[in-house]
Write a protein that binds this ligand. Structure first.
Ligand code: BEZ
Length: 227
């Protein structure tokens, strides 16, 4: 019998963003049609209720206004249901006071993740890597970044890349290494030196998490300083 191989697509820079329809935390979308005229940062995270992803969502949420000023819409995705996304966004709001102001695509069957090459089986066959697709107002993919499961992204670099692409388009120029639109006052603080404690893997561990001396945000989301 002939072997049936699953086709994994890997969109590339310069391709039109593959089309899909999906449910999000802010209702159904047709992508990229519904976002024509806007830049989109379409990013995947491994899973809801995981600590590194939580820090990324909080960082994206806090920089949402900077993205909006540049006509950029943020759009998240993971292989989770819309109910899980909603519960996680509500949990982040309850624990930190920060609201997630952008939609998150529910991709429980991994259909969109496969279409965008967000699953890298050598890293995980069930959780999407930290992929970032920057898509321009004509629906063309202009940049792609991949990060592994263990390292949270640098949101300032994503914003810098948007600035570089928009500057190149506007002025017909290219931008050199370490280019920034204006001198930056980097706001990295003590907070940025902390690391994430791996989440508990049993109910008992989860219940005991609060007593272990970590910086405790919730049972799955604790930080510490390396000594
Ligand atoms: C995290 O976001 O903390 C995470 C998710 C999947 C694997 C490793 C870490």
């Amino acid at each position: 019998m002939e072997e049936v191989k699953e086709v994994i697509s890997m969109p590339r820079i310069g391709d039109q963003a593959p089309s899909f329809e999906a449910m999000t935390t802010m209702g159904p979308i047709k992508f990229p049609e519904d976002f024509k005229g806007q830049w989109v940062v379409f990013f995947s995270h491994p899973a809801d209720f995981t600590p590194v992803c939580s820090t990324e969502f909080l960082a994206f949420a806090q920089m949402n206004e900077e993205f909006a000023k540049r006509n950029v819409q943020l759009l998240g995705l993971s292989i989770d249901s819309v109910f899980s996304h909603i519960a996680w966004a509500m949990n982040l709001k309850e624990k930190t006071g920060i609201e997630i102001p952008f939609p998150i695509v529910a991709d429980a069957d991994g259909r969109v993740a496969k279409l965008y090459g967000m699953l890298h089986p050598g890293e995980s066959s069930t959780a999407t890597v930290r992929a970032v697709f920057i898509i321009d107002p004509n629906g063309k993919i202009r940049a792609i970044i991949y990060y592994p499961l263990s390292a949270g992204r640098n949101m300032r670099e994503i914003l810098r890349l948007i600035d570089a692409l928009q500057t190149a388009d506007k002025h017909g120029v290219a931008t050199p290494a370490n280019w920034v639109p204006e001198p930056q006052v980097w706001e990295f603080t003590e907070e940025n030196t902390k690391v994430i404690v791996p989440p508990p893997t049993s109910y008992e561990e989860a219940v005991n998490r609060a007593k272990q001396g970590y910086e405790y945000i919730d049972w799955y989301f604790c930080k510490k300083k390396l000594s």
